[in-house]
Ligand binder design. Structure first.
Ligand code: FAD
Ligand code: MLT
Ligand code: ZN
Length: 482
């Protein structure tokens, strides 16, 4: 620990008590690696402030002493954004103790939640008031509001409700000098210049530490139905989505799953069962909801729409879950894909978007291009087709190992994939952010105006690089990777 870090830790302990910091290496260890286990950092202490005032004081002290801080929520991020640098030059600051829901107003359709509130807990609390927060994802049992805001997370309801940017009505955050931006009051109109709330959303902890957020709620669903559909191609899946959307606005989720992802889940995740009698090349998981008592029952709606799709030859097979347990089972398959991949072997993850109408072609032609350029690999693209965003995951050839194969081959394969994405007018980060995983690629692919502007904003707010150094964008331009 540097003398400055030591000083900071002692001051924090004195001022805010033993709960606010630990230097116990065993207690810190689980928070030093990312979910995929690809980044490993070091931090001599874990700061755990209990309030916005404490975060503000800690950041002010850190700024004065030149001690860098890495904000961390549930540590479920996919880009190494919450992993501290390996040289121990920064201290971890976890929001885990800031886990109060300050208020939920059914009347205003609003929740104000502290940064450390876990998404599943917010879902539950909203439901108790007859409301819901309409953003969900596989990591909902661990991901926090602060992390979701800071990554501008997406998930499986973006189709209808948008990502965090659309759902966050206000942000409270501590800026890199320790001052507090209070953007929690919800104003329908506010034109006092740049939108600071939106600037902090998706900033990955590089511009401020989010301490709370005002979040938009919607009425709880009256009922839902979930279907699993077998399809020949991704184009058929997109055609099906459009055909359904032309007839109803009850479709809330539409996720695409290739045969390769389904079979891996069935093999790796205990208790999962194939939804259809015979495997199909592509699958769609579709959820329809009734928001009010007068809406058509979603089960009957899906039966009717999917019956027509089967008759028209748009889909090959389909089943509507007969019970809530079966519906949960379908979702479990979808939500377990990244877990199954992690267990099974080496996967290179790409979280990409292209214009929605181009995505089916990209999935097929992009996969063929990768598999022919890198023999033995298998591309398994899955996810949020309706948002023009898939997880374009490349599985390593059989026998490849994480320690040798991944560092030797992943950079070249990733550059190849990202070049295809950029050539299609897409983005190399649709929903997970940049973190440290994609920083060099962001620098390489820009565009330069975007990178220069991000850097200028970082310079303006955090000129000494106190918050989350080495993530998203560095203060000085980096030399291109060899
Ligand atoms: P962390 O991982 O702790 O941090 C993520 C980033 O935010 C880091 O840069 C960190 O420094 C910063 N940060 C955290 N808290 C704060 C704060 N209070 N203030 C400032 N910065 C902060 N993501 C999606 O978008 N869509 C999905 O469908 C999806 N599915 C997933 C499924 C699984 C199984 C897993 C493991 C992850 C998935 N993710 C998904 C990724 C992840 O859950 C999200 O990125 C989530 O927003 C991270 O939240 P967290 O609290 O774990 O943040
Ligand atoms: C998902 O949608 O399941 C996650 O965002 C996936 C991932 O890349 O692991
Ligand atoms: Zn996703």
């Amino acid at each position: 620990m540097t003398p400055q870090q030591q000083n900071l830790v002692e001051t924090v302990r004195e001022r805010f008590g033993p709960k606010s910091v630990t230097t116990d290496a065993d207690a810190i260890a689980p928070w030093l690696s990312d979910w995929r286990g690809r980044y490993h950092g070091a931090s001599a202490a874990l700061l755990t402030p209990g309030s916005t005032g404490e975060v503000s004081a800690i950041v002010a002290l850190a700024a004065a002493a030149g001690v860098a801080l890495v904000p961390q929520g549930g540590n479920t991020g996919m880009c190494g954004g919450a992993t501290p640098p390996a040289d121990g030059s920064a201290l971890l600051l976890s929001t885990r103790r800031m886990n109060h829901i300050r208020r939920i107003s059914a009347e205003e359709n609003l929740a104000v939640a502290e940064a450390g509130v876990i998404l599943a807990d917010l879902h539950e609390a909203a439901l108790e008031q007859g409301r819901r927060f309409p953003l969900t994802l596989g990591a909902r049992g661990s991901a926090t509001i602060g992390g979701l805001v800071s990554t501008n997370a997406g998930g499986t309801q973006v189709l209808r409700f948008g990502n965090m940017r659309s759902l966050v009505a206000g942000v409270e955050a501590v800026l890199p000098d320790g001052s507090v931006h209070n953007g929690l009051p919800v104003l329908k109109k506010d034109n006092r210049g740049y939108d600071l709330n939106q600037l902090l959303i998706g900033a990955e902890g590089t511009l401020g530490i989010v301490t709370a957020a005002s979040l938009r709620l919607v009425p709880a669903v009256a009922s839902r139905a979930v279907a699993w559909v077998g399809l020949e191609t991704p184009q058929a899946a997109l055609d099906l989505l459009r055909a359904m959307e032309a007839r109803t606005n009850a479709i809330e989720s539409f996720e695409i799953v290739p045969a390769s992802a389904l079979s891996l889940v069935l093999e790796q995740i205990p208790g999962t069962r194939a939804p259809l009698a015979a495997p199909q090349p592509w699958n769609a998981l579709i959820e329809a909801v009734a928001s009010g008592a007068d809406d058509e029952a979603p089960g009957a709606l899906l039966e009717r729409l999917l019956g027509d799709a089967l008759e028209a030859g748009m889909a090959v097979d389909a089943v509507v879950a007969a019970s809530e347990a079966q519906a949960e089972g379908f979702w479990r398959i979808r939500d377990s894909i990244s877990e199954a991949e992690r267990t099974a072997g080496v996967t290179i993850a790409h979280d990409i978007s292209v214009p929605i109408p181009d995505m089916p072609r990209f999935m097929v032609e992009g996969a063929a291009a990768v598999e022919s350029r890198f023999p033995g690999t298998l591309v398994s693209p899955y996810g949020h087709l309706g948002d023009g965003n898939v997880h374009f995951h490349v599985r390593a050839p059989k026998g490849a190992d994480e320690v040798h194969w991944y560092p030797a081959h992943a950079p070249e394969i990733t550059r190849f994939v990202h070049d295809l994405v950029v050539a299609s007018g897409g983005s190399i980060s649709a929903e997970h952010g940049i973190g440290q995983l994609k920083r060099a690629e962001l620098e390489r692919l820009g565009p330069p105006v975007r990178v220069a502007t991000l850097r200028a904003i970082k310079h303006a707010l955090d000129p000494r690089g106190i918050l989350n150094p080495g993530k998203l964008v560095t203060l000085a331009p980096e030399a291109p990777a060899p």
